[in-house]
Write a protein that binds this ligand. Structure first.
Ligand SMILES: *Cc1c(COP(=O)(O)O)cnc(C)c1O
Length: 411
């Protein structure tokens, strides 16, 4: 017999990891207050078109092919990486968990039929060169320049902000090297969009970008992964095709009112978009643009510094340089107990994370936690978690230090 479970209750936790970020109540309100309407109803379509224009503003681009792919960050990445066909020459520059998974996607797309059959879940594609930068370090422009000069690929790939290790990679160096060597760059901007203040049109070597709903865009009610393609990328897809219907860079754009390279008033059906998701995504974009990209980026930098200084005062060593996240090593006495610390915190509804690939470190994120009050709560709970495991520091002193950081800055 089928067992019927009670309704699913999920508690409110403090989501202080690399993502997802805490969803703004206004986004949830749009989600819940939206009436049921089909995916071709006029206001749903209008919402998608308005969201498309707001996305261009957020990405900082005139690219017509800028829209949302229904799903998570990896769905958007699947869409942009679907431009890569079997046998294409690619150089990828991973430096942590996520760019590592992206590199796997690239090997799956570029593998020949034989290479895929050989090891279908982890194919070795001879046309793909993987240039690893160790965890905890950033991909440099020199690394990219050297590899592109040597391999002369069709495509190059890099993450802008690698969330696995909390590192910012050299986007300008990547783009410049792509321009110099006539390579088409593809960038995973899952962690940077909505956090950093940048305009993708300033990076002409990059022809396609992908982000996600749940990090800087802060629209967790599973909505849309923002993507953007230059006309050149779209031309390549049009000439050569690609092997997906639902994540097809050109076909997917139809529902957002983009056809034959132009904005059109009457979108065409692609898939059954959710009116609730459209309304939530639209509101999330309104919130970011109202806040202002530059103001938001400055706010992240300001509060990240407060958190960083507080965990350093507890004896931790921070190895990240992203502004939405600190990645740290515990002090000597607690080293090796990172997973235990994280599990203890999570059991109490304090959602911090370990790194997902070696070496094991602790990650604390501040997505949508941009106030003194919220950072103080995170610092206090992290201090408690460390003290419970026997760390030596004076919590009152750490909290006073944090308070004086905010008092000084406010003055
Ligand atoms: C989170 C993340 C992803 C994956 O996004 P999902 O929403 O989990 O699919 C990919 N790349 C980077 C850099 C990320 O931070």
């Amino acid at each position: 017999m089928t067992k019927i479970y009670p309704p699913l209750e999920i508690p409110e936790t403090l989501a202080a990891g690399p993502g997802p970020g805490n969803t703004d109540p206004r986004v949830l309100e749009r989600f819940a207050k939206t009436g049921v309407a089909d995916h071709m109803q006029a206001d749903v379509l209008r919402g998608m078109i308005e969201a498309k224009y707001m996305l261009r503003e957020l990405w900082g681009t005139d690219n017509v092919y800028t829209y949302g792919v229904a799903g998570t960050g990896f769905t958007g990445l699947d869409c942009v990486l679907s431009m890569i066909l079997p046998g294409d020459k690619v150089v990828a520059f991973p430096n942590g968990t996520f760019s590592g998974i992206d590199s796997l996607t690239i090997r799956m797309k570029a593998a020949t039929k034989e290479e895929l059959a050989e090891n279908s879940l982890d194919p070795k594609a001879s046309s793909v060169t993987i240039v690893e930068t160790p965890h905890g370090q950033s991909v440099t422009g020199e690394t990219v320049e050297k590899a592109l000069a040597e391999h002369k690929p069709m495509w190059a790939f890099m993450a802008h902000w690698e969330t696995g290790s909390g590192r910012i990679n050299d986007l300008k160096g990547f783009s410049d090297a792509c321009v110099k060597h006539g390579v088409m760059g593809i960038v995973d901007a899952v962690s940077s969009l909505g956090v950093d203040d940048f305009n993708i049109d300033d990076y002409p070597g990059v022809v396609a970008w992908a982000s996600c709903p749940q990090k800087g865009v802060l629209s967790l009610p599973l909505t849309y992964a923002p993507v953007s393609f230059t006309d050149k990328a779209i031309e390549v897809v049009k000439d050569r095709g690609c092997r997906t219907y639902v994540n097809h860079p050109i076909l997917n754009a139809r529902h957002w009112g983009i056809m034959d390279g132009k904005d059109v008033e009457a979108p065409g059906y692609h898939q059954t978009h959710s009116c609730y998701a459209v309304a939530a995504f639209h509101e999330a974009l309104r919130i970011i643009l109202n806040y202002g990209k530059a103001a938001k980026a400055a706010s992240y930098a300001y509060h990240e510094r407060a958190l960083r200084e507080a965990v350093e005062a507890m004896g931790c060593d921070v190895t990240s340089d992203m502004t939405s996240l600190v990645v740290l090593n515990l002090p000597g006495k607690l080293a090796g107990r990172e997973k235990e610390l994280v599990q203890g915190a999570r059991a109490k509804g304090f959602g911090i994370w370990p790194t997902l690939s070696e070496p094991v470190q602790v990650r604390i994120g501040i997505l949508n936690q941009l106030s003194e009050e919220q950072i103080t709560e995170i610092v206090s709970r992290f201090a408690d978690a460390m003290l419970e495991m026997g760390a030596d520091f004076d919590k009152a002193q750490v909290m006073a230090g944090l308070q004086s950081y905010y008092a000084k800055k406010a003055a």
